[in-house]
Design a protein around this ligand. Structure first.
Ligand SMILES: Nc1nc2c(ncn2[C@@H]2O[C@H](COP(=O)(O)OP(=O)(O)OP(=O)(O)O)[C@@H](O)[C@H]2O)c(=O)[nH]1
Ligand SMILES: [Mg+2]
Length: 476
């Protein structure tokens, strides 16, 4: 197999060249900006897998003086057969000339054998001023493909298509920021058609990237499963000396433990978010999202909590646990009251954290204060007894994963995570529902799933991710 194909991404300033490079090389570190002239030097970005480069994209500055360059080329070329050499001669002679530094930068990779990806903005009308640069590119004799990338909302791609077709072997529309993954693969296949030597390596790159996407989904599901296990089983504990017991009211203790419990849950969710982002090679995402909340002042099945990712009573029933899934909370309420022996702490709890009741049940993690032992007392808060908490975490996690897995590396927008407004999990198959509910139940009893159950749990989460993907697709 020959060496991996190299493509130089070229064009007018500020037309999305770096955006195309970022998306196709899965690199979100590449500078993309509103100002023209952001890229001043050529820079190769390889897409590498296990040390092997599948292809390389070279980011370049935009043309600055194409007419002058073309005039020079025309003046120095004797016939059509020496055009590529004339372009090389231009670069050799002007390498140190600051007027043509951008042209020298962008032409060098082409002289060295790269293919051409010419990027235009299809949202502005075609104009003949591009003809000089397109002619120069044609003179290099390199395999060429043009991309119509639309930065604005107007659509002039038809006139572009007609003009570009005169100069480039293949013309495609490709939105660097929004193109879905399938289009990335389609584009790689199109590159493979430009040059016989590139067909095999690009077919391999396409196969690899498709497989990698599947693996990433499975990996993301396992990261989500781990986070859910941690969060559903999480208990905040504190050991107090007798002096501390004397100096702390139960209400204060409850409040401290509760606050720490929330803080740890939120941190765990953030850790999950970052690990999913890293998995997809997004290292610089800025997010806007509501904090993980677990308010129990709402009725469990009210519109409000349903919107915030929890599932319906009907869903729970089909998860095979019916009312029992909720009933556990009631039992804990009993033990809580019992182990505390008095209304005092319950009162304190309520005072400290507002109403923890809905209906007649307590669904919050239980505060427990153990018996005095060796002069020490242990107080604990959690694990959460209501599996709806798990569905809220799951919903938020799958939603975040979805946004990340769809996001192109040219994306620089704030990632805005809004809560769901309808029941996306309702089409999840029964087996997966049960696997998820079973895992939740084990975790809240602090008996994490064994390997077999965990594998089921991960597969069920993967199915939930697919269901979510479909649900998103069907929303308009
Ligand atoms: N909406 C949208 N904006 C885009 C797209 N591609 C590029 N942009 C925006 O267009 C601007 C220029 O993008 P760059 O990728 O930096 O363009 P460039 O051609 O590399 O620019 P220079 O390096 O300055 O020549 C940035 O603000 C991008 O966010 C696109 O497909 N959709
Ligand atoms: Mg650039």
């Amino acid at each position: 197999m020959g060496s991996a194909p190299v493509f130089a991404v070229v064009g007018h300033p500020n037309k999305g060249k770096s955006s195309v490079v970022a998306t196709l090389s899965q690199n979100d570190a590449i500078a993309i900006a509103l100002e023209p002239g952001t890229t001043r030097q050529r820079q190769p970005y390889p897409l590498t897998v296990d040390g092997q480069t599948l292809y390389t994209l070279v980011d370049t500055p935009g043309f600055q003086r194409p007419r002058r360059v073309l005039a020079w080329l025309e003046a120095h070329s004797a016939s059509a057969s020496d055009r590529a050499e004339t372009v090389a001669a231009f670069v050799t002679q002007h390498r140190d000339d600051p007027r043509f530094s951008d042209e020298c930068e962008l032409l060098t990779p082409l002289i060295d054998g790269a293919g051409i990806i010419y990027v235009v903005d299809g949202s502005v009308p075609y104009s003949a001023e591009h003809e000089a640069e397109m002619t120069i590119l044609r003179w290099t004799g390199r395999p060429s493909l043009a991309l119509i990338n639309s930065i604005g909302t107007d659509d002039h791609s038809d006139t572009w298509q007609a003009a570009l077709g005169q100069f480039f072997q293949v013309v495609r529309r490709f939105d660097a920021v929004r193109a879905p993954f399938d289009q990335h693969l389609g584009l790689l296949r199109a590159f493979g058609q430009l040059e016989p030597d590139w067909e095999a390596p690009l077919a391999e790159a396409t196969r690899f990237l498709a497989g990698q996407r599947q693996q990433r989904k499975r990996h993301a599901a396992s990261l989500i499963a781990r986070a859910l296990e941690d969060m559903m089983g999480f208990q905040e504990r504190r050991t107090l000396t007798l002096d501390q017991v004397a100096g702390t009211s139960d209400a204060n203790l409850a409040d401290t433990l509760r606050r720490r419990w929330y803080q740890r849950q939120r941190q765990r969710e953030q850790t999950l978010r970052v690990s999913i982002e890293r998995l997809y090679q997004h290292n610089r995402i800025q997010r806007q999202e509501a904090e993980l909340e677990w308010h129990n002042e709402h009725d469990l099945f009210s519109e409000d909590s349903r919107r915030a990712w929890s599932v319906s009573k009907r869903y729970l029933a089909t998860a095979g646990f019916g009312a029992g899934a909720v009933g556990g909370a009631g039992i804990d309420a009993l033990t809580l009251g019992h182990s505390l022996g008095a209304g005092a702490l319950v009162g304190g709890l309520l005072g400290a954290a507002g109403s923890y009741f809905y209906g007649d049940r307590l669904a919050l993690p239980a505060l427990k204060i153990g018996a005095l032992q060796d002069g020490l007392k242990t107080a604990s808060f959690g694990p959460v007894q209501d599996s709806q908490f798990g569905y809220v975490v799951l919903g938020r996690a799958v939603d975040h994963w979805w946004h990340i897995s769809q996001r192109n590396h040219a994306g620089r927008d704030l990632l805005d995570l809004a809560p769901a407004d309808s029941h996306w999990l309702e089409t999840l198959d029964r087996h997966s529902r049960q696997a998820i509910q079973r895992a939740f139940d084990r975790c809240r009893k602090q008996r994490p799933p064994d390997d077999r159950l965990r594998a089921d749990f991960i597969t069920a989460i993967e199915h939930a991710m697919t269901v979510y993907d479909d649900w998103r697709l069907n929303r308009t």
